[in-house]
Design a protein around this ligand. Sequence first.
Ligand code: CP
Length: 527
Amino acid sequence: MKSVNPLLGRTLAVADDLSVDEQRYLYRKTRALKEAWANGGDLEPYRIRDPELGVYLMFLEDSTRTKESFRNAASFHDVKLNVFDASTSSFTKSESLVDTVKMLFGYSRRSIFVMRTKMEGVCRALEEQIGAYADRLGRERPVFINGGDGRHEHPTQEYLDQFTFLEQKNWDESYLHVALIGDLHHGRTIHSKADGLKAFRSVKVDLVAPEELSLPTSYKLRMMDNGFEVREWASIDEYLSAGDVSDTWYFTRLQLERMGDEVRERETELRRAVTFRDQFLDRLPEMTRFFHPLPRHREKPVIPSFLDTTTLNGWDEQSINGYFTRIIELAMVAGRLGEDFRGESPAEDEDDESFITEIPVTRKTDVKDRFKVGIKPVTAGTVIDHIAKGKPEEEIWNRVDKVRRTLKLNVRSSHGVFHTNNPEEFKGIVSLPDILEISHTELKKLAAVSPECTLNIIRDSSVIKKYRLSMPPKIYKFSEISCKNPECVTFPGAYQHVQPFFYRTGGETFTCRYCGKRHAYGDIWDI
Ligand code: CP
């Protein structure tokens, strides 16, 4: 039976793991908590108070704000707080992360893991793997909260940023015009904004970064898919000269340690392009506020320290908000809050099978006539037709080969590349006299390997069943696919055997379920 509290037990791996309605609920509760805290009000309605709830902080990369705000938030809740020290544990001896999490999971009746990792997509993978382990034991599934995974996402930073923007806008959700400035390429707090900014009904985003630090195209496309207006400049100076400047500036630090020597050699120039200078002050709109997820660089901050005592300083309050938003996040996923939530939750991941269509066979087709050119006629069997129709001949041959290998068609067959009815156009055909039936799973596989082909089942030289296949919404369970992001949790050797899984995200684009990297259809295949 489904829980009456839709927020209980929810993993927060990416910003989109909370629907817009759920995020707004988080912001309303945080606002109420913050006001109660400031005014000496009753904080008990927010407190979990469960000594058998283990909150494990597993920071496998450095952190100050995320770790300390979660540590303080967990202490507020009066739960069992564990701070896992990766540097002094056997984890440094290549111990398996899954085994370590399993062990900690065994120490509490209920558990929440807050994770920071270099690998991308770890929380989603753990949600699946430890979730299945909990199911086998008949125990409550643990929650995983992503405290920043590589260059991928930092959803709880995003929620605190949104909360801060709303606070600054006097809780007006109708419109946000924000400038994102700095290292947009590596900044995971920026990447989480591609979905997180949906909390505002209308959004204009100004991207300010030199090319080397610019936002990856996949996030830009996601912003546009979400209906944001997106504009770009290479430096703060250029941005200020363009007019229509935002009053909400969000800076991020330069992560030069993640860049190659060529880029690092240009550090001074790149830093200058995204560093605020005093001569810009009188070009800012009235009431402008600056934000920064922190840390700032000690010697060369993009927001210089002389601005700390000015009205531009929104980052100090932003940093304090980390405590309040994280108290509410823990209360939500632990089920302390959420029963009064009304609104939409993220859609369930349902199976859509419309990419397989059975076409009525209206007329008995003479197979000998249809497949006679250069291919052995079949009286009974299966013929896969229209493979990579209209593509260049080399690509059709590759696809024919891919069909044969991925479906393991190691049986008698004839195959080749032929004209369609149009003499200028080609297609592939594979004719299989030994295959008399095809399972639904194989049809799904064939659609993934060769979308837009048809499959004919033949008896007594006539087609008795025909299917038209198109691009499926998901591609997974193939040993021949892989995510091409070396930091992805699915990358061989990166973690612990996580099978690649892609969602179709428009046209022939597929996005990795774990690290969010977008791929062209052809790029997900290794053959
Ligand atoms: N903003 C942020 O993630 O800071 P830490 O790296 O200190 O956690």
